[in-house]
Design a protein around this ligand. Sequence first.
Ligand code: ZN
Length: 44
Amino acid sequence: MYSRIMSKESKCPYCESIFENNQQLSNHIDKIHNNEDAIGTQGL
Ligand SMILES: [Zn+2]
């Protein structure tokens, strides 16, 4: 199976939660923070 790749983790800019991918991050933001303006592919 796939091992944890610490290369494409997405961190929430609001609560600094770590997600496996950007999709989960977007889902988290949309569900928790509900900020559609924050959804974007912008890597810090
Ligand atoms: Zn968050």
